[in-house]
Ligand binder design. Structure first.
Ligand code: NAD
Length: 307
C-alpha cells in the first residue's frame, strides 16, 4: 500500500480556520504532522464583530490531540501579521490556505458600495495580502503550496451575489497567474470551489442536505494538492459530499470571418449557430493565453480573394 501523505516539518497557515471548512483543514493538517497557524477574526458570517474565541477553540483541540498550533486573530487584510505569527512561532511558511470569507447577499438593484467593497476586501484583497507576505519566504525556500477558495457562485453566477461572485472569480484569475509565476520556484497554486455545511450555508440549505455536506469531505483534496509530491498547479476543482472533479474552459470551434472584409453584425447573425455550437467536434480547451490566441492568430491567414 502507498505511504500516508504526511506534513511533518511543514508550516501551514489556514485563514478563517475558526469554523467550517477552515477548521476542518486546520485539524487535518495538524493530525498529519504540520504546525498550523489558526487564523480567525472571529466575527459573524456577514463580517460584523471580532473575537479570539473561534481561533482559540481550534488551537486547543489541536493541542489536546498532541498537535502543534498557534492562534492568530488578525483580519486577512493584515496578511503580513498572520505570516509574522507563523515565522515567530515556527520559522517558515510552506502552505497557505486562503479560506476566510464572508457574505453580503443582496440583489444587485439594492447593493450598496459598502456591500460591494467589503466582499472584495475580504476575499480578494485578503487572499492577496496573506499570499503577498508569504511569497518571498516561499520563493527563498523554493517551496510553497497555496490553495485559494472560490465558489460555484463565482464560476456560474448566483442570484443575490453579484459582489461575491465577482470577487470569487477574481480569486480564480489570481490563482492562475500565481501558478505561472510560482512554478519555477516550486510554488504551486490551485483553487477549490467547495460545497459544505457551515454557518455560511446552514440558512440556505435544508438540514438533510447539510448532513451530507461535511467539510471533512472537502479537506482531503486540499491536503493532497498541498503535499510536496503533488505537481498539480493552476487548476480549478469542484469538491463536496465526496465528489472531486477538475474544471476547465471549453470553446466552440467558432467561425473565422475574412480578415480583409468589413465585419457586420449581420455576418455574426448568419454564423451564430456555428459560433455557439459545442457539438460539431471542433471544440478546444485553451489552458493559457497563448493557446487562447491560437485561433485568433490562425485567422490572420483568412484572407478572401477579390472576385
Ligand atoms: P464560515 O463562515 O464557517 O468560515 C469562514 C471563516 O472566515 C469564519 O470563521 C470567519 O470568522 C472567518 N473570517 C471572515 N472574515 C475574516 C477576516 N477578515 N479575517 C480572518 N478571518 C475571517 O464559512 P465556510 O463555509 O467554512 O467558508 C469558507 C470559505 O469557503 C469561504 O471563502 C467561502 O466563501 C468558501 N465557500 C464555502 C462554500 C460552502 O458551501 N460552505 C461554498 C463556496 C465557497
Amino acid at each position: 500500500m502507498a505511504s500516508d501523505l504526511r506534513f511533518d516539518g511543514r508550516v501551514v497557515i489556514v485563514t478563517g480556520a475558526g469554523g467550517g471548512l477552515g477548521k476542518s483543514h486546520a485539524l487535518a493538517f495538524a493530525k498529519r504532522g504540520a504546525s498550523v497557524v489558526v487564523n480567525d477574526l472571529g466575527g459573524s458570517h456577514t463580517g460584523e464583530g471580532a473575537s479570539t474565541r473561534a481561533a482559540d477553540v481550534v488551537v486547543e483541540e489541536i493541542r489536546a490531540a498532541g498537535g502543534k498550533a498557534v492562534a492568530n486573530y488578525d483580519s486577512v487584510l493584515d496578511g503580513d501579521k498572520i505570516v509574522e505569527t507563523a515565522m515567530k512561532a515556527f520559522g517558515r511558511v510552506d502552505i497557505v490556505i486562503n479560506n476566510a470569507g464572508i457574505l453580503k447577499d443582496v440583489s444587485f438593484a439594492r447593493m450598496t458600495d459598502q456591500q460591494w467593497d467589503l466582499i472584495f476586501k475580504v476575499h480578494v484583497e485578503g487572499a492577496y495580502k496573506v499570499t503577498r507576505a508569504a511569497w518571498p519566504i516561499m520563493r527563498k525556500q523554493k517551496y510553497g503550496r497555496i490553495i485559494n477558495t472560490t465558489s460555484a457562485a463565482g464560476l456560474y453566477g448566483n442570484f443575490g451575489q453579484a459582489n461575491y461572485s465577482a470577487a470569487k472569480l477574481a480569486v480564480v484569475g489570481f490563482t492562475q497567474t500565481l501558478a505561472l509565476e510560482g512554478k519555477k520556484d516550486n510554488i504551486h497554486t490551485n483553487v477549490i470551489a467547495p460545497i459544505a455545511a457551515s454557518r455560511m450555508t446552514e440558512t440556505i440549505m435544508p438540514p438533510d442536505m447539510l448532513a451530507s455536506l461535511k467539510p471533512e469531505m472537502v479537506t482531503p483534496l486540499v491536503e493532497y494538492l498541498c503535499h510536496e509530491g503533488t505537481t498539480e498547479n493552476g487548476s480549478i476543482f469542484e469538491v463536496g459530499a465526496g465528489f472531486v472533479g477538475k474544471l476547465r474552459w471549453e470553446r466552440t470551434g467558432g467561425h473565422g470571418f475574412p480578415i480583409n472584409k468589413e465585419l457586420l453584425p449581420e455576418d455574426v447573425r448568419e454564423k451564430w449557430s456555428k459560433i455557439i455550437d459545442f457539438t460539431d467536434g471542433r471544440t478546444t480547451h485553451p489552458a493559457s493565453t497563448s493557446q487562447s490566441m491560437e485561433s485568433v492568430m490562425a485567422n490572420f491567414e483568412n484572407v478572401q480573394e477579390e472576385k
